[in-house]
Design a protein around this ligand. Structure first.
Ligand code: ZN
Length: 150
């Protein structure tokens, strides 16, 4: 019977992180303490583990930053103002551009090729606008999923 085995590095190393988190039984943590007193290698490992845990803890403020961002994103007044802004933009831009296109195409003083180039320019703008609107819609949907998860 080799009674030294529970006190070997191989037996103590798996216990070290539990020792740090105070999750061990009284007997186990006493074993760790006795072993640490005479083992520089395991002392070093405990120091490393403490450093890693400290680094993890220093990352916690990033999570609260995320929550802060979520609070800003989920702010109801800004959401409604954004919706109102987009709605107003859509309502006004549609008749305005329709009227502009109508007048522009009827203007005989403008060469036909200029009409096509300007129309292409506006079509490009409209497509870009639609892609942004679509992305905003998808973003709003995923936000709702996040809210459900919280
Ligand atoms: Zn050791």
């Amino acid at each position: 019977m080799s009674q030294q085995l529970p006190y070997s590095c191989g037996a103590i190393e798996p216990l070290l992180s539990g020792y740090l988190d105070e999750e061990l039984t009284q007997q186990e943590s006493q074993q760790v303490r006795i072993h640490l007193a005479s083992c520089p290698s395991c002392q070093q490992q405990l120091t490393d583990l403490t450093a890693i845990q400290g680094a993890l803890r220093s990352e916690l403020p990033q999570i609260t930053d995320k929550e802060r961002v979520m609070a800003i994103v989920n702010d109801k007044p800004s959401l409604w103002m954004q919706r109102f802004g987009w709605l107003l933009l859509l309502i006004t831009i549609l008749p305005l551009s329709a009227y502009g296109a109508y007048v522009f195409w009827l203007d005989t003083g403008v060469p036909v090729w200029v009409k096509w180039v300007v129309s292409g320019f506006w079509l490009g703008l409209i497509v870009l606008f639609l892609s942004v609107a679509r992305q905003r819609l998808i973003a709003a949907k995923t936000d709702r999923y996040k809210r459900v998860q919280l």
